[in-house]
Write a protein that binds this ligand. Sequence first.
Ligand SMILES: NC(=O)c1ccc[n+]([C@@H]2O[C@H](COP(=O)([O-])OP(=O)(O)OC[C@H]3O[C@@H](n4cnc5c(N)ncnc54)[C@H](OP(=O)(O)O)[C@@H]3O)[C@@H](O)[C@H]2O)c1
Length: 118
Amino acid sequence: MKVNFKNILITGSGSGLGRAMAIRLAEEGYNIILNGRTESKLAETEKMLKKFQIDVLIKAGDVSDSNFVSSMISEIVTEKKELHGVINNAGISGISSSILDISEEDMQKIMDINFKGA
Ligand SMILES: NC(=O)c1ccc[n+]([C@@H]2O[C@H](COP(=O)([O-])OP(=O)(O)OC[C@H]3O[C@@H](n4cnc5c(N)ncnc54)[C@H](OP(=O)(O)O)[C@@H]3O)[C@@H](O)[C@H]2O)c1
């Protein structure tokens, strides 16, 4: 059964799992709000959603920035009236070798995006 008029925000939907989830939910009739830091990647995902008859909104920005997140949510609620679900997918792995070798700055970045961003 197609689910119409439900608005779902997917963070980190300019690539990978976020993009795949956007396509899958669009197939089911959900309206999708795309988020990520890189506009061109979001535009590419938006193109892939064109064939589904749903509304797509792009909100580019960094989920580790709480001011951005607050404005994004306010804008979505203003523009779409309701936000029915959020998929907190944006994240980085960041650790390419031993955790013992990671710099404090890189660890902070991971915490800001993966933990605080969620
Ligand atoms: N793939 C796996 O096997 C796997 C396994 C375990 C966990 N995960 C987790 O699942 C999620 C998706 O993984 P993936 O493999 O699809 O990774 P991916 O292709 O790198 O996608 C992550 C997306 O998040 C966005 N992003 C990163 N930092 C962001 C930020 N601060 N604000 C907004 N968007 C941000 C990136 O776009 P921009 O750089 O343009 O912002 C990117 O489009 C991640 O959280 C990852 O850690 C994945």
